[in-house]
Design a protein. Structure first.
Length: 112
C-alpha cells in the first residue's frame, strides 16, 4: 500500500512542475495539491497501522515522519499567512522536505 502513498506524493509534487511550466498559481491548483497531500498522509498512516505488529523499517518510518513534517509545513503555508518568519522558513523547507521524502520512499522501494 506504500506505493499509493508514493503516487500521491508524486502527484502532489507535480505542483512544482506545473508552476514552472505555467506560473499562474490558481486557488484550485493549490486546493488539489493540498487535498492530494493530505490524502497521502492518510494512506501512509493506514499503511503503518496495517503493519503495526511487523517491522516498519527505515524507509517506511522515515517516509511517514517526513510526510507529517511536509504536511505540517504545508498547513502553515496554507492557513497562517500572517505567521511571518515561521511562514518564511516553512516555505524555504517545504520543497527540500519533499525531496527527502521522495528519497525515503525510494529506500522503501528498494527494501531498506
Amino acid at each position: 500500500m506504500w506505493w499509493v502513498t508514493a503516487a500521491a506524493v508524486l502527484a502532489s509534487a507535480s505542483l512544482y512542475v506545473l508552476n514552472r511550466v505555467a506560473p499562474s498559481q490558481s486557488e484550485s491548483r493549490i486546493r488539489v495539491h493540498c487535498a492530494v497531500g493530505l490524502a497521502s498522509v492518510a494512506v501512509a498512516v493506514a499503511d503503518v497501522a496495517a503493519s503495526w505488529g511487523g517491522e516498519l523499517g527505515f524507509g517506511g518510518g522515515a517516509a511517514l515522519g517526513l510526510l507529517l513534517v511536509t504536511a505540517s509545513s504545508g498547513l502553515i503555508l496554507r492557513y497562517l499567512p500572517w505567521a511571518g518568519p515561521v511562514r518564511y522558513h516553512a516555505a524555504s523547507l517545504h520543497s527540500a522536505i519533499v525531496v527527502a521524502l521522495l528519497l525515503a520512499l525510494l529506500a522503501r522501494l528498494i527494501g531498506v
